[in-house]
Design a protein around this ligand. Sequence first.
Ligand code: COA
Length: 250
Amino acid sequence: MSATSGLQVEELPDRVVATLARPEKRNAIDADLVAALHALCAELEARPRLLLLTGGAEGIFAAGADIAQLRDRDRLDALAAINAGIFARIRALPMPSVAAVDGPALGGGAELSYACDLRVCTERAVFGQPEVRLGIIAGAGATHRLPALIGEARAKELLYTGRRMDAAEALRVGLVNQVVADPAALLPAAHGLLDEMAKASPLALRLTKLAVDAPAAAHPALDLAAQAVLFEDEEKRERMTRFLDRRDRR
Ligand code: COA
């Protein structure tokens, strides 16, 4: 386990668990935390593994960008895409990621969870985009990722009003994949999802993520090229042979 600048990183054989750890500021995302997330991404790009990203089960995921830093940022800082850049890097990681959310995920905190491929949360989770009330836009992914996740009208309602969405609504509209009642069950639920993914061929999983996240114009060409790579992958032959020999049918 290593801890740098508000992020604890635990390396497991097939996955990395990264825990936001700035509780005194409700895991507000400051420049140090952004740097720590970039370091995490560099590791996962060099040695691709699954990612579990969480604020732990202590009742906070992340209260958004650090408003104390945000207040003093100028237009050049905005154009530097400080949060948008790291969230895009997380989304583009080679292997899938799961966000485990307990308590508020607001502003940039909510956008950080949208950057992950899947979300699980506790009943006390809330998601919201209060940016307009602070005089800015939700500029780190919510304007495009949120409509893709929950539809244009619902996304606009959240973005225009700053209303907070509770866990039951988040499940109903498809923002989260699973809600657990007991906070102690949050990380096991996220690990359970990752355990299922870990049964896959890592290369097939990786190319599936590339294909799903590709723009519409890339289909079907990208899918065909990905499948061509996998059809000649030795692991595909082994996995299919195991199935046919009735050695492995899960
Ligand atoms: N940036 C910087 N500091 C933040 C912060 C943020 N986004 N969110 C919380 N903090 C700080 C508070 O200023 C406070 O610091 P202090 O103890 O030095 O005064 C500390 O974290 C605790 O915050 P507090 O509001 O007392 O905690 P809470 O548990 O009562 O409420 C939240 C938690 C998340 C509901 C509340 O802090 C909140 O609404 N945060 C802002 C959310 C937001 O507007 N985010 C959008 C940013 S773009």
